[in-house]
Design a protein around this ligand. Sequence first.
Ligand SMILES: O=C(O)/C=C/C(=O)CC(=O)CC(=O)O
Ligand SMILES: [Ca+2]
Ligand SMILES: [Mg+2]
Length: 421
Amino acid sequence: MGSLKSFVQVPPDSHFPIENLPYGVFKPQPTSAGRPGVAIGNHVLDLSVVASASLFDGPFLKNSDCFNQPNLNKFLELGRPAWKEARATLQKLLSANEPTLRDNASLRSKALVPMDKVQMLLPIAIGDYTDFFSSMHHAKNCGLIFRGPENPINPNWFQLPIAYHGRASSIVISGTDIIRPRGQAHPSGNSPPYFGPSRKLDFELEMAAVVGPGNELGKPIDVNKAADHIFGLVLMNDWSARDIQAWEYVPLGPFLGKSFGTTLSPWIVTLDALDPFACDAPTQNPPPLPYLAEKTSKNYDISLEVHVKPAGQEDSFVITKSNFNHLYWTITQQLAHHTINGCNLRSGDLLGTGTISGPEPESRGCLLELTWNGQNPVSLGGTTRRFLEDGDEVVFTGFSKGNGYTVGFGTCSGKILPSTT
Ligand SMILES: O=C(O)/C=C/C(=O)CC(=O)CC(=O)O
Ligand SMILES: [Ca+2]
Ligand SMILES: [Mg+2]
């Protein structure tokens, strides 16, 4: 057991002990409005109820209406001092030896909602979404597959965190079905391009940073202060249609091969909760330019798994296992680089890490790599896959193991539905 204990019962394998307290937005009833909550064991603590009972009594949150909102953007804007105050208040309120909530049955029944009764919503209004490309193993494998063995990784990759601007409108919450996209793919020989449902539908195992306070247009964020602009992390599946992508993205980059859907896990795990799991990021060679050189370069030890439940089957199978600590470019370098030209970030913006592949073949973060563009099918129970089929369900999970407790992300899932025409 960790040193903290809650009066709320937390199953031993729960992702949501008192050490975690991740933030989400939920509806207690189908007809009620979305409101912020934190996960504790198998319950959600309704922060609008906690705020209405005047239990946020510190200087930053006392007079704030940030928990009477349909998303977390207003809370995120307040920055780390307010986040630390909220965390301290909630850890105290939920602790085993604090009577305020523990001994007040009517408040408790309003404030603590069983998790299996609620509907989770997207926790933030996402103005802009950017997806990085920060795993060297992923970059190398994609380079070998798409560009050949001559120069699998472009020299610029080692100098800056490469990214593309993604599409915010099609970001969906875990559990939302994904409709197989249609589009153009490579012609064979002299024929016109293929048009129809994608034949190479893939997942991409990613995490994403949620931006807290933004920056003014024209005023970049210093890399050593970048962590103060990051509230926390979620799991992210950047669904990708490899056939559409490969045909369309020369020379301007990903477009319709990516923008038909991106799935997020509902709980934002804060950097404060992840701090015990911080570890050194890989040594960067060549050394980055001064604006990207950090005093301390941190990753987090977060185990990641992808489970696939093939269409028509009851069982799921683990298809890959990776770890957040494989990222070459850190989330703080990504954020600083994003602003170095003066571009402004805003609270609630989302920065995808890029596909998190590790060095071993079993730790590759997408089917493109796992099957080497469909050449080597993977087996799943009694069946095989080159790419995703209609009815397949893909479930990501992520967690960090502490001493007697787990700080986890829950799951990020989506099922493939057939193309609509
Ligand atoms: O290397 C390529 O040509 C393509 C790479 C991707 O599709 C990856 C992308 O979305 C960024 C990432 O997830 O790392
Ligand atoms: Ca991606
Ligand atoms: Mg996508």
